[in-house]
Design a protein around this ligand. Structure first.
Ligand code: FES
Length: 181
């Protein structure tokens, strides 16, 4: 064995075979390097987790929001505003939203979102004299039935809020695809 290179040459048949041995210095540097990397990773993981976690969390389910007394809802849709508390990653906000709330022929109360499904303008009930008893969007003329069914321009019906009645009040919840049409 050659002390300087820590390499030993053996003959195996015709071919020389080199065997490397680890010096004390190499052993120490590998061991300390590995321990350092382990400790570094241990510090890094919580930092990365802190940075990324809120983004990976599923968005919190919408809570029920009390909007109006049940007695104020009629067969004619009316606009009601309400505030929701939203948490998106690190960002918290309380935007004001709007729902058009009406009572269906079955007596059940439903709530539609006024965001036009064409390009996102806001629709109004009876917003055009040309389209009586319909929702109308002033931007490009989309119009919808009382249940939110798209009659022109928009590709989809108006979205619908979940609704529950509790102690004489109408609450709206999660917004989702229209189930009435
Ligand atoms: S955004 Fe409503 S019709 Fe285009």
């Amino acid at each position: 064995m050659n002390d300087h290179t820590n390499q030993e040459t053996q003959h195996h048949g015709d071919k020389p075979v080199k065997r490397r041995e680890m010096s004390r210095r190499q052993f120490l540097s590998y061991t300390l390097g590995g321990a350092g990397a382990f400790m570094g990773a241990g510090m890094l993981v919580p930092m990365v987790r802190f940075a990324v976690d809120p983004v990976l969390q599923p968005k919190s389910q919408a809570e029920w929001v009390k909007v109006v007394e049940e007695s104020k809802v009629t067969n004619e849709p009316k606009s009601f505003k309400f505030q929701v508390h939203q948490v998106d990653g690190w960002y918290e906000s309380s935007p004001e939203l709007e729902a058009w709330i009406a009572k269906g022929p079955d007596g059940k109360i439903f709530a539609l979102n006024p965001t036009c499904k064409h390009l996102g303008c806001t629709v109004n009930w009876n917003g055009s004299p040309q389209f009586q008893n319909q929702y109308y969007c002033p931007c490009h003329g989309a119009h919808y039935t009382i249940d939110g069914k798209a009659l022109a321009v928009a590709p989809l019906p108006l979205d619908e809020y979940e609704v529950k009645i509790e102690n004489g009040f109408v609450y709206v919840g999660q917004l989702g695809p229209n189930k009435r049409v």
